[in-house]
Write a protein that binds this ligand. Structure first.
Ligand SMILES: [Mn+2]
Length: 324
């Protein structure tokens, strides 16, 4: 299942957002109660954007750990006082923040960023158990496409969290098959050293159009992150204090020609966030973005990246992970 984007530029988009949310909840086997809560939330978030901004989007997608996620993004007037908008009794005021207190209660996990000049990003997750806001993901197809040629996988082993983001060459269903083969090859043995995992993906992709991919390993209780990548899937380490650290993939194409893989490392300060993304997000985004973005919770960070740094001609996939 990929991320569905609903453009909220007219009153009629609200009903569409609710129906897409119900459909996604069915596909994800949510309980009737959670489905109802997600539908009400989709309606509240969408009508807030339609009524009080010049347009925005609602993203509807599966959570990697199970459950449904709604992500509302706009560049509207923002809120001066988020805490007040979340308070009970404020919901009748008929402003951008209306209904947010209810949304927070309905969601299993909820988070908001809002600023008078930077607009608003809100995520609401609906699952059987509260999920940590430590992970944020997005998998958006290029404009006009039904399939994404990108894929990601996120896996916990005994001693680490692993992320693989793949960009299958070309577009659409064929590229999607290639990137799925890559994640399957990776998942056969996610615990092996990253260069070996990349070799295995290369072998699995022979006789295909090939792919770019980057694998990242966040060891538990370690002060550095490991990384191995080829092609145009980039990774960045964001530490709230220092400048972003870019990890540059090696040149080549998995399935066609590969370099001798090197495992690279970068320091991982406490509370740092690692972002891995395909080139549907502008590769230089971290130099262009304001520092305020680097400290956002991963679900909000991926949403703000899609809002402000997306290249619509390409599939865009992002995984953001915050160190514990
Ligand atoms: Mn791409």
């Amino acid at each position: 299942m990929i991320t569905t984007e609903i453009r909220l530029d007219h009153e009629s988009a609200i009903a569409h957002a609710v129906s897409v949310t119900r459909q996604a909840a069915r596909e994800l086997d949510l309980t009737p109660l959670l489905t109802e809560r997600a539908a009400v939330t989709a309606s509240e978030l969408s009508s807030n954007i339609v009524k009080h901004t010049h347009g925005g989007v609602l993203l509807v997608q599966p959570e990697p750990v199970g459950g449904l996620e709604l992500l509302a993004l706009d560049r509207g007037p923002g809120m001066d006082d988020v805490a007040r908008c979340l308070a009970d009794g404020y919901s009748s005021a008929g402003t951008l923040g209306s209904g947010l207190g209810a949304v927070r209660r309905l969601a299993t996990t909820f988070g908001i960023f809002s600023h008078p000049r930077r607009g608003t990003a809100i995520f609401a997750r609906f699952g059987a158990a509260p999920s940590a806001a430590r992970t944020g993901t997005l998998r958006l197809p290029a404009a006009g496409e039904d399939h994404s040629g990108d894929a990601y996988t996120l896996v916990e082993t005994a001693d680490a969290t692993l992320v693989l983001v793949v960009d299958g060459l070309g577009r659409g269903a064929e590229a999607a098959r290639v990137s799925r083969s890559a994640t399957e090859a990776f998942l056969l043995d996610p615990g092996r050293p990253l260069p070996q995992a990349m070799e295995a993906i290369h072998a699995a992709l022979r006789n295909t159009r090939g792919a770019a991919a980057t694998a990242v390993r966040l060891p538990r209780d370690a002060a550095e992150v490991e990384f191995c990548g080829v092609g145009n899937v980039n990774a960045v380490v964001l530490d709230g204090d220092g400048p972003p650290v870019l990890m540059t993939p090696q040149p080549g194409t998995l399935g066609l020609r590969i370099p001798p893989f090197r495992r690279q490392t970068a320091p991982l300060p406490a509370g740092a966030t690692v972002v891995v993304h395909s080139d549907g997000i502008a590769p230089g985004w971290s130099r262009a973005a304001g520092g305020w973005m680097f400290t956002q919770a991963p679900p909000l960070l991926v949403g703000l990246l899609a809002r402000d740094h997306r290249r619509y001609r390409d599939d865009a996939t992002i995984v953001a992970l915050r160190e514990w």
